[in-house]
Design a binder for this molecule. Sequence first.
Ligand code: G1P
Length: 291
Amino acid sequence: MDVHKAVIPAAGLGTRLLPVSKAVPKELLPLVDRPMLHYIVEEALDAGITQIVIVTSQGKDALADYFDPAPYLEKVLEERGEGATAAAMRRVRTEAEFIFVRQHEQLGLGHAVYTARHAVGDEPFAVMLPDDIIDAPTPALGQLLATAQQYNASVVAVEEVPPERISGYGVIEPEDVADGVYRVLSMVEKPTQYNAPSNLGIVGRYILTPEVFSALNHVTPGAKGELQLTDGIALLMETQAVYARRFEGIRHDAGNPLGLIKASVSLALKRPDLGPALRKWLQETLAQEQG
Ligand code: G1P
C-alpha cells in the first residue's frame, strides 16, 4: 500500500485554547520555538509522506503563510550561525507540497476529512490531528504505515487510557492479532467510562483507504452532534477490515493549556541548547515550592 498524502484537519475553533486561539490559530501555537503544526509536517516527512493537505477555515490564512518561503530570514539566521534553525524552516517548505482546502462549516472531524476528498482522490491516505504531538524514536505515522502495509488495510493509532479519561476518545473493541496490533471489531466515539468497549483510545494518527469517503458521506451526527470520523471508520468496517496499532512513543494532547505546557517542557528538556538550564530552573522552582 503506497501512501503519498497526509490530511491535517486544522479548521476547528480551538475553544479549549481560548482566548489566545481567538487571535492565533491553535495549530500555530508554539512548542518551544516552532508551531505544533511544524512538528506534524516533520513527522509526515520523516515517514516519507510529502503531499500535505491542510483543511482550514475562515480566519486561518496564517497557516498557509507559515509555509511560505522566507529566504531573507533564512539568510539572516545563517549569517548569525543559526543554520540549524534555517534548515528546519527550509525543510518543511521545500520537502513538503501543500494543498489547502477550506471547510466552510465546522460540522465535525469526519466532515473535515470528507472536505479533503477531491485533494486526496482514489488512494489510501494518512490523517494527522495536529494537537496530538507524538514524541517517538520511529515516527508514529511510520509505525502505522508499516502495519497498514503488512495488513493492506486501514489502521488507527491507539494507546491505553485511564478509565476517568476514556470518555474523551474514540474507543475500539480489539481482537489481538500480533504484539500491539489488533483487528478492530467495533469502535465508538466518546463512550462513557462504563460502556467503553476497552481501555484503548484512538490517538490522532490514521491510515485510511479511500472508501472511507463514501462511508463519511453516509454518516449522521453522532457524539456532540458532530459528523465523527470514528463513525465513518465504523461504517467502513462493514465492508473492510480495520486494524489498530499501539504505537511506541509519548503522546501529548497539546490542544489544551496543561497539555500544551507539558509538551513544550518535555520537548525543551530534550534540547541540548535549552534542556540543562530548564532542568535546573524546574528543580529550583519545585524545591522552593516544597521548601
Ligand atoms: C478526536 C477523535 C477521537 C480521538 C481524539 C484523539 O477527538 O474524534 O476519536 O480519540 O481526537 O485526540 P477530539 O479530541 O477532537 O474530541
